[in-house]
Design a protein around this ligand. Structure first.
Ligand code: C5P
Length: 231
């Protein structure tokens, strides 16, 4: 399975002036945890890290430190996640038929989740890992901050990554997104806007996206627990 890791963001919401994926989490940079899970996945054999060239030297050092035997390619990212993924797709080898896309910032995803998604995407053209939401979600008017709607919680799922797709189809959806100026925060949204079906695969509650310093502290806690229980 081919895996693309968008890793070309910044550390703005983390209050950092460098890529948050290079911040330390326990004894290694955040991105190293994401790559470690990919390394341990049985199905992933090719990894494309989409990043800003300024970070490449650090990325190379992380890859070396993990002694990855899988093929790793560095692909230049764009100014938005959407643009970065589009570039990543264009950097895939021509023979790639299916691809998983997994945010570098979701550094707690397990190898089992990668494998579950890899197996499922062989039987469908689009999928995402997701979990049922626990909170009641409100739709709020941005100006007045008045609630406009309370969607039925039993139908709401929180989208995660990995997200998996047929490469050709996803490339077409991205091209359509550019043509129509769609701005999306995940790849499934492009698939949906093109009228294509996207399946849910059970995600993981611990598969959080590290965005703020609080997330980093929670991620550290979860990793410590994992080591304790596996020791
Ligand atoms: O900023 P956020 O955490 O939502 O970004 C999700 C993922 O997309 C991160 O792993 C980040 O590195 C990546 N990204 C990217 N290119 C950008 C912006 C974000 O690859 N221009």
């Amino acid at each position: 399975m081919y895996l693309l890791i968008p890793a070309a963001g910044s550390g703005r919401r983390m209050g950092s002036n460098r890529n948050k994926l290079l911040l330390p989490l326990l004894d290694r940079p955040l991105l190293a945890w994401t790559l470690l899970a990919a390394k341990q996945s049985q199905h992933i054999h090719w990894i494309g890290i989409i990043g800003q060239p300024d970070d490449w030297q650090d990325f190379k050092e992380i890859v070396t430190s993990l002694e990855l035997t899988k093929m790793v390619h560095l692909i230049p990212g764009g100014s938005t996640r959407q643009e970065s993924v589009y570039r990543g797709l264009q950097g895939l080898p021509a023979i790639a038929e299916r691809v998983l896309i997994h945010d570098g910032a979701r550094c707690l995803a397990t190898p089992e989740l990668f494998d579950r998604c890899s197996e499922a995407v062989m039987n469908c053209s689009g999928l995402i890992a997701a979990i049922p939401v626990k909170d009641t979600i409100k739709v709020v008017s941005p100006g007045s901050r008045l609630i406009e709607d309370t969607p039925d919680r039993s139908r709401l799922w929180a989208a995660q990554t990995p997200q998996g797709f047929g490469v050709e189809q996803l490339l077409r959806c991205h091209a359509e997104g550019v043509r129509q100026n769609w701005e999306v925060t995940d790849d499934a949204a492009l698939f949906e806007q093109c009228g294509l079906p996207v399946q849910i695969v059970e995600g993981e509650e611990t598969n959080l996206k590290v965005t703020t310093p609080v997330d980093l502290a929670i991620a550290e806690f979860i990793l410590r627990q994992r080591f304790q229980t596996s020791a």
